[in-house]
Design a protein around this ligand. Structure first.
Ligand code: ZN
Length: 413
């Protein structure tokens, strides 16, 4: 934080005087904390009279994360900053609009409709965020709920103020603020709505398999998880379609291979081909051919080039008939074409794809698969034991009955 303006000094002196005059002493400036979601809700309803075009990011350096975490009264930490800004630096109010604390809370600060004391000479159109912590290399780490809150906050502010300008204090200063360990790509999501259908897969086989099994440990498919993923990558590579995109689409269409809709698991139809009415959905003799048909169908939407391999997709000619061949370059172009009305259809695919790609690559998903099987085995064993107990009870009952019958027969004789 910096920025010291002449008029700030005048204003603060006046208000300070007024406060003392009215309250007969120093009044504690109160601060309120919000979750990031509720803060953004509050901001959306607020009447904002200033033009805000950029989001400034700072770290406090001091107070540190440690100071805040150890403080029994968290508001006092924010109050301490206010005191420093207004008493020592003689600003009109705390410098920043919000403070993000290590517990992921958003503390309010300076009135949004008043320019912040953020970066000297760059304050007019700024919204200023302070993160509590010292994020220089080798010091504290921006992580966990605090990082999550900052990211969500920036994303929300971008949306509210129709901007994508994130400014680090150090861009206009010799300081390292918001910390030499931080780079912008931590906070800014790359635009994801421009993912092409054609091209090479980015996700690895392990990531695809792992994500599927994370969501559904027992996919209802007629082959192994490894095979289905391999088919998508291989068939995709043959036709020049991104196998990971097609696979993400299959996960969406089949509910992570749980099915439960019009298409039955044994139809090997992973893209809902022809699934307009019950009984009309296409069936394929094997998972591999099912995948091939899906890839060909997707290629039909994305390219005017016909499939390289013989066509197994029964709906390919339909695409030609209705003029949709080669009509979708990007995944989101499928909205209203593959899916009708299809609002957000492509975005849903991309959301799944993003989750797949964000998984660590080194771990073996065999672990997850094995764990799922072990759990299933455990359940079966428990059920087995219960049945065994019941059988024992019946055996006891039967023996008693036999004895009673024998006794009855004896007495009869
Ligand atoms: Zn700063």
């Amino acid at each position: 934080m910096d920025e010291l303006e002449e008029k700030d000094i005048k204003t603060i002196s006046f208000f300070h005087f007024l406060h003392i005059y009215l309250a007969g002493g120093e009044k504690m400036r109160r601060f309120h904390s919000y979750t990031v979601e509720s803060y953004l809700q509050y901001l959306k309803k607020l009447n904002i009279t200033r033009r805000i075009t950029e989001i400034h990011l700072h770290h406090t350096w001091k107070p540190t994360k440690r100071t805040y975490i150890l403080a029994s009264d968290k508001e006092k930490v924010i109050y301490g900053m206010w005191r420093y800004h207004t008493k020592t630096l003689k600003w009109r109010d705390i410098g920043q609009h919000v403070t993000v604390s290590p517990d992921g809370l958003i503390w309010d600060g300076r009135d949004i409709n008043i320019i912040p004391a953020s970066i000297l000479g760059h304050n007019n159109y700024a919204f200023a965020i302070e993160m509590i912590g010292n994020f220089d290399k080798g010091e504290e780490k921006l992580e966990g709920i605090q990082l999550c809150a900052v990211k969500k906050l920036i994303e929300g502010l971008f949306e509210i103020f129709h901007t994508d300008q994130l400014i680090f204090h150090r861009e206009y200063s010799h300081k390292t603020c918001p910390g030499s360990s931080l780079t912008k790509d931590i906070f800014i999501k790359k635009p994801q709505n421009k993912v092409k259908i054609l091209g090479e897969a980015i996700a690895t086989k392990e990531q695809m398999k792992k994500y599927m099994l994370l969501i559904n440990p027992l996919p209802n498919i007629q082959c192994t998880p490894d095979q289905i993923v391999t088919y998508y990558l291989n068939e995709g590579a043959i036709e020049g379609v991104r196998g990971d995109v097609a696979f993400a689409q299959a996960l969406l269409e089949t509910g992570f291979f749980r099915f439960g809709g019009i298409v039955l698991p044994n139809q090997n139809n992973y893209a809902g081909l022809g699934a307009i009415k019950k009984g009309m959905a296409a069936s394929f003799p094997s998972p591999r051919i099912g995948v091939k048909a899906h890839i060909q169908h997707l290629k039909g939407y994305a390219s005017k080039e016909p499939p390289i391999r013989p066509i197994v997709d029964p709906r390919y000619t339909v695409l030609e008939d209705i003029g949709l061949i080669g009509s979708c370059i990007y995944v989101t172009d499928l909205n209203g074409k593959w899916a009708i009305p299809g609002n957000g259809y492509g975005e849903k695919i991309l959301k799944i794809l993003k989750k797949i790609i964000s998984l660590p690559t080194q771990e073996d998903s065999a672990d997850i698969w094995n764990k799922a099987i072990l759990e299933e085995n455990k359940k079966l064993k428990e059920e087995n034991n219960k049945l065994k107990d019941k059988i024992k009870q019946y055996e006891v009952l039967l023996n008693t009955l036999i004895k009673e019958i024998e006794n009855f027969l004896k007495t009869d004789v």
